[in-house]
Design a protein around this ligand. Sequence first.
Ligand code: FE
Length: 212
Amino acid sequence: MNFRASVLLCLAIGACNASDSPVELLSSAPSVEPLEAEFMDIDDAEWRERLTPEQYRVLRQAGTERAGTGEYDHHFEEGDYLCAGCGNHLFRSAEKYNSGCGWPAYTMPFNDSAVTYKDDKSLGGSRVEVNCSKCDGHLGHVFNDGPPPGGSRFCINSAAMTFVGEGAASEEFATATFAAGCFWGVESIFRRVDGVIDTAVGYAGGGKDDPT
Ligand code: FE
């Protein structure tokens, strides 16, 4: 079952986890991430049927929408962004920010298994391409000029995604609550677990009115 992990702090120990830089993401990512079986055999003709022309151009031909024209560039409702090709959870509104670059920007993906990375030399230099881990659709690129503490800017095409509002998403999932120390570190680990679509942390409270 998919679930949201709610981690309550009992004892705060250890340092918080920060995002990896794009170069570290590229070097640490699996070179060949297994694709979902149902998407491996989809041929080009079927992708053209499944997707709109703009979705096909971005997802299957590594296209880029014109800056400032995407549906989600200035979209800040609470919810999740899914792959327009396969429905994979890619990003959350909690990590979306206004970078001013002309495309939707996120500080991190939904979890460590949501996306894969490739070295993209198509424009002469070297950029880190971001792809959907389930259907291998092209999403955009990740740069190292994002906000602290991670410093990553996931620059993603709106056409590669569909948005699901928080209320709609919550109807499909159950919530599990765990007690653990260093809740930021535990949350980071939970985000890498298959089936976890969201996490939230907080204090259990105990007998004190205002626990620290
Ligand atoms: Fe996908």
